[in-house]
Design a protein around this ligand. Sequence first.
Ligand SMILES: Nc1ncnc2c1ncn2[C@@H]1O[C@H](COP(=O)(O)OP(=O)(O)O)[C@@H](O)[C@H]1O
Ligand SMILES: CC(=O)N[C@@H](CCC(=O)OP(=O)(O)O)C(=O)O
Length: 287
Amino acid sequence: MKIRTDMQRDPLSTARTLSEALPYLQRYAGATVVIKLGGHAMGSDEGMESFARDITLMQQVGVNPVIVHGGGPMINEMLAKLGVTSEFKNGKRITDAETVEVVEMVLSGRVNKRIVQAINAQGGRAVGLSGKDAGMITCDAADPDLQFVGEPSEVDTTVLHSMFSSNIIPVVAPLGAGRNGETFNINGDTAAGAIAAALNADRLLLLTDVSGVKDATGEVVTELTADHIRRMTEDGTIAGGMIPKTETALAALNGGVRAVVILDGRSPNACLLELFTDYGAGSLIRA
Ligand SMILES: Nc1ncnc2c1ncn2[C@@H]1O[C@H](COP(=O)(O)OP(=O)(O)O)[C@@H](O)[C@H]1O
Ligand SMILES: CC(=O)N[C@@H](CCC(=O)OP(=O)(O)O)C(=O)O
């Protein structure tokens, strides 16, 4: 695991190891951390159990974690079973009326409840909802080519705040309501970024299946600026599913999030190490 060389990172990370951090965990009480768990990062049951344990511990020391999940591979699986084909444009699924029904069924159903159950099994109290619940996310159509893909235009965090005060961990499926009663499919990263910005979160962690944003030689770039991201996107180094992540990171920082990290959600204790120690892995993006 790489050690970041800039030790001026931020007061959220001060210790060198998790055991060194233990006596000081209460200093993180009240911090808000939005964690996006990508479909590719939630493969194995052991990985899910370890993720759920980390989130539960985080909540027990007073952090307010919000989980926003993806589930692209699980949607693909269900669409294939149903014989429906689907295509992507710049990392976002072209979602017609038939597809959005499957997306909602898979994300709000199987995927959301698997995470809720895993957290509850670790002693946490998780409640699953989607961006449609309590009017949390209102969307406009993102791009006419993408059909029922939404871009969050308003995020109402009232329900999240009442969950924090009841020690409940919100687990949010990335769907939103349109102004005319439509259901919109939102890219999981986009939804997480919009929620993080609306909460003025201290951290947005985007958990995926690669160790961070890689340069043209395949090395992870440990610190990225908006300029790096723009250049790497223009020359095609940042492609596919990494595009919504880096776009989200920049939008979230503009929206008031203190820092965004893109990291491998499958590596043990990824979230705890990132938050509580100087040994964060992955790509850190700061304003
Ligand atoms: N520059 C890059 N660095 C790292 N991964 C990249 C890059 N460009 C494209 N990718 C791809 O983006 C993928 C992550 O996006 P995605 O598959 O949508 O993840 P998730 O399901 O976790 O949201 C990586 O597995 C990788 O194939
Ligand atoms: C608009 C759009 O692309 N929505 C995504 C929602 C799920 C998601 O984001 O899943 P991952 O995080 O696992 O990629 C989709 O339909 O696949």
